[in-house]
Structure formats: structure tokens, C-alpha cells
Design a protein around this ligand. Structure first.
Ligand code: SF4
Length: 493
């Protein structure tokens, strides 16, 4: 899996925080789409819909092999070809082979995160094949030589002025920041690519076992052209994107489009089940479905993480997450950003390698609430952190930071004993004194504690703890009681 840019998580997060354009966009995105999705779920006439569909997803995943076989049989029966790729390299090799065999010079792509996961653009480019994104957001990001920063809104990190300058440079049009003019310019350029492409390469939102078809949703119409105009259509499908029945798919589509864009249904929904048949007005000569595992079987085999495969990539969890909402998508260094990225990227590409992602989220629970399939991402993040703390040979995880683990062990001892805790408080109060500034706050810590004061001042420990005050109040009361009792006795006497 192609992950991580040249910057570390911390560096990219700092960069995102310092980008006013990104901050504005993220505020708008979260205010509208994040809150909108929550409202949409509250107004669902059937409040059991999400949990019911989740249960169906899990049931299908439990029989994944059969469901995939059924889908493959349906497609083969219509003249399509199906290839099961265990790794990213296998998937790439299959598509490259096809491109070589058919002398493909230009590929037009529909939006596909899986294609970014397996790095197919670079694999094709290595053979001299030109790859052009046709989703507007992806096209902009491709022209900018950047990466998508949101699952649904890839160029959320750019404003229209930046896009205006980009198009002026790449499409040789006079500078404008007028969105309709920019869209028309992109459409004109893309139309040429679509008319001359040899292969259409798309993702797949769902593959339906019952009907033997894949389904693709879009709002721009580009998918329809990329799947029907070139002579070859190759669809990449993560093996978990399978649904058992058309009924399941109908409900999932509703949740997907509402969670992603607050739409009852996307503008275009395309069903593809094979190459064009005699009498069809359009369609490719060949259709290939590449079903990719690339680490998903391992997730499926682990009951602790299996439910993450129920994800339908709607992006709603990004639109509500307080961390994504500040740092943006590039910090995640993967095609999958936000809370879903923080779980799925380490599982697919290495837990130690992506320890920062596991530790970066707040576990506030907002993503679980907004997720259309109620994925418990905070629980899975906590499970990942547990593996990082103690290691897990099954997932080839080694303890991430032994010093940190030691600190927490010591802390466990301290808070487990009243005497130790009180000694610790006294010691800490004495140690913190030189760091307390004139405003009564700790402005700067050093060494491993430095991160705590990098962006804020810390409140020092209070001069006395709750227990100490409680003891004080009680001993005073006892004193008063003893005093009044003595006085009472004196009076009686
Ligand atoms: S985890 Fe849930 S909210 Fe996040 S992308 Fe997947 S389905 Fe959508």
C-alpha cells in the first residue's frame, strides 16, 4: 500500500493547522456535512435501519467466499472476466498485462481509493501509459501533483483561486476563479481524454452477488463515460465491497449517498455486469473485474477488527472528527484519512509503521455516532493502541515505545497506592515551582513533556488535593464539635 508522504504525521498536521484556506474549508465541511449526516440519521423513519444493515453486512462478510464466487459467476456468464488478486502487486501486474496486450496508451480513471492504495497510476506510468483522472476533484489534485485529502472531496484543501491559477498554467486558459468557467474548462479537456482513451479504470462501490453486477455512483457523469467509451473497462474492487442481495444494496446506497453528501441518491448510479452485447448502443469490448485482497483477509480473520470491513467509504466520519477537522487529510499519509484511515491504514500497511495514526485520534466517539453502519472505530483504535503498548506477534507488532510503557506502569503503581500518590503529589508540586510563570501557569516544559506546552499553557497542580482539603474540613468540623461538646458539658456543669 502506498502510504506516507515526505512529511511525518506531526509535520503534516502542523502544516494543515497553519493553512488558513484548509481551516476555512474544514470548518464549512464539518458544519454542513458532519452535522447534516447526524440529522439525517435522526430523521430516518426506520431507526433500526443502520443496525439492521450492519448485521446484514457482517452476515455477508461471514460468507464472503461464497458471495464473491456468486458475483464472479454472474459476470463470467455475461462474458466478463474476473481476476482475484491477493496482493497489490498482483492486481497491478494483471492490469499492466492487459494494457500491454491491448496496446493501451491512455487510461481514463473514475474515482477509486483502491487504485491509490495499490499504486496503479505509477505502475502504468512506468510502462509509458498516460493515466488521467476524470473525477473533477481528483483531476485537480492530479494536475497539482498533490494527493486527495478527503475520501469524497479530494481537493478540499484548495480554494478556487488556487484552482484558477492551476488551470491557467495547465489548461492554458486566462486566469479566473469563477467555478462554472473552471468546470467548463475541465470538462472540455476531459472530454478529449475520454474520446481518445483505450481503457477506462474505475473503482466499485458495491458488487452484488445476487445480480452478478457492480455498482458505481457519481455526481458528474464521468464514470458513465469512462465505463462505456473506451474499448476496455477494468474495475478494481476491494473484496469487502460485496453485498448479498439487491435489497441490501438499495438500502446501502441510500446510506452511502446520505452519509457522503446528504443526498437521497447520487445523480448517476451505474450498474455494470459485463462487456457490451450485440445491439447495445455503447459499452466496452472487454470488461475485467479485479477483486483485491491486499491484507483484507487478515482483517476478516480477526474478530476484533472484522467490522471495519463493513465500511462503505462514505466519509461521514471525517466530516465529524475533531482531529481530521483541524489537521486535514494529508497528515494521514494514505488514501484513507480521518478515523476510518486511522484504523484501516495501520491494519493494511503496518501497525508499527502507522503508530501515529492509531494514537492521533481523541476517541471521542463522534465517528461511531455518525457512521451509517455504526462502525465502532474508537473501540478498534483502543485495540490498536493496546497492541502498540504490549506488542502482538499475530499482527507482527512490537511494543512501540518501551519508555512510555514504563511510565504508564509506574503511573499505575502510583495511583494504585494512596501513600505513593500523596508522595508523588508533594514531589510534583515542588518540582513544578520553577516552571510556573507570573500568570500562575506552566508555560514551557522540556524533553518528553515539551509537547504538552507547545501549543498551550498548562494549569499547575493545585496547592492541595481534594483529599487533603477534605481531611482539613473534617478535622475542623471535629474540632468544632469537640469544642461545642466541651462547651455544652461546661454549661451543664
Ligand atoms: S467508517 Fe463509517 S462513517 Fe467512516 S467512511 Fe466508513 S462507513 Fe463512512
Amino acid at each position: 500500500m502506498k502510504t506516507s508522504g515526505p512529511l511525518s504525521y506531526n509535520e503534516a498536521a502542523q502544516e494543515g493547522l497553519a493553512n488558513p484556506c484548509l481551516q476555512r474549508s474544514l470548518r464549512g465541511l464539518q458544519a454542513h456535512y458532519g452535522k447534516g449526516a447526524l440529522a439525517a440519521w435522526r430523521s430516518l423513519p426506520d431507526q433500526t435501519m443502520r443496525s439492521r444493515i450492519k448485521a446484514r453486512r457482517m452476515q455477508t462478510l461471514a460468507h464472503l467466499d461464497q458471495a464473491l464466487e456468486q458475483l464472479a459467476n454472474g459476470i463470467r456468464a455475461r462474458g466478463g472476466q474476473v481476476f482475484f488478486a491477493t496482493t497489490a502487486a498482483e492486481a497491478n501486474e494483471y492490469v499492466r498485462d492487459l494494457a500491454r496486450k491491448h496496446n493501451v496508451r491512455r487510461v481514463v480513471k473514475g474515482k477509486s481509493m483502491l487504485s491509490a492504495e495499490i499504486g496503479i497510476d505509477a505502475a502504468l506510468a512506468a510502462d509509458g501509459v498516460e493515466v488521467v483522472e476524470t473525477d473533477l476533484g481528483e483531476y485537480i489534485v492530479q494536475q497539482a501533483g498533490s494527493a486527495a485529502s478527503h475520501i469524497i472531496a479530494p481537493c478540499i484543501h484548495m480554494d478556487r483561486q488556487q484552482i484558477g491559477h492551476l488551470f491557467a498554467e495547465h489548461l492554458h486558459i486566462p486566469y479566473t476563479d469563477d467555478p462554472p468557467t473552471l468546470t467548463r474548462a475541465a470538462r472540455k479537456a476531459l472530454r478529449q481524454h475520454l474520446l481518445t482513451a483505450d481503457m477506462g479504470l474505475t473503482g466499485c462501490n458495491f458488487g452484488c452477488a445476487e445480480t452478478g453486477q457492480i455498482t458505481l455512483v457519481s455526481n458528474e457523469g464521468n464514470i458513465r463515460m469512462a465505463t462505456t467509451m473506451p474499448r476496455l473497462h477494468v474495475a478494481l474492487m476491494g473484496m469487502e465491497r460485496i453485498v448479498a442481495t439487491l435489497d441490501d444494496q438499495r438500502e446501502l446506497l441510500q446510506l452511502l449517498t446520505q452519509g457522503a453528501a446528504l443526498q437521497k441518491l447520487s445523480t448517476y448510479v451505474s450498474f455494470v455486469g459485463g462487456p457490451s452485447r450485440e445491439g447495445d448502443p455503447d459499452g466496452p469490448d472487454e470488461f475485467h473485474l479485479v477483486i483485491v485482497d491486499n491484507g483484507r483477509s487478515r482483517i476478516l480473520a480477526d474478530p476484533e477488527f472484522r467490522e471495519v470491513l463493513a465500511c462503505i467509504r462514505c466519509g461521514a466520519c471525517l466530516n465529524i472528527c475533531p482531529v481530521y477537522g483541524r489537521i486535514g487529510g494529508h497528515a494521514y499519509g494514505s488514501p484513507y484519512s480521518g478515523p476510518i484511515g486511522a484504523v484501516v491504514t495501520p491494519l493494511l500497511a503496518g501497525i508499527n509503521r502507522h503508530a501515529d495514526l492509531c494514537k492521533g485520534e481523541t476517541l471521542c466517539g463522534a465517528c461511531r455516532e455518525v457512521c451509517p453502519v455504526a462502525n465502532d472505530l474508537p473501540r478498534m483504535l483502543a485495540a490498536l493502541r493496546h497492541k502498540l503498548a504490549y506488542g502482538d506477534p499475530g499482527w507482527q507488532v512490537r511494543p512501540h515505545n518501551r519508555f512510555e510503557a514504563l511510565c504508564f506502569k509506574a503511573w499505575q503503581r502510583i495511583v494504585g497506592s494512596k501513600v505513593c500518590y500523596e508522595i508523588f503529589l508533594k514531589l510534583f508540586r515542588a518540582l513544578q515551582r520553577p516552571f510556573i510563570g507570573p500568570q500562575g501557569m506552566i508555560g514551557r516544559l522540556y524533553g518528553f513533556g515539551g509537547g504538552w506546552t507547545e501549543g498551550r499553557d498548562l494549569q499547575p497542580l493545585a496547592s492541595s488535593s481534594f483529599r487533603e482539603r477534605w481531611r482539613g474540613v473534617h478535622s475542623k468540623k471535629r474540632g468544632n464539635c469537640a469544642g461545642s461538646a466541651a462547651e455544652g458539658q461546661h454549661d451543664k456543669g
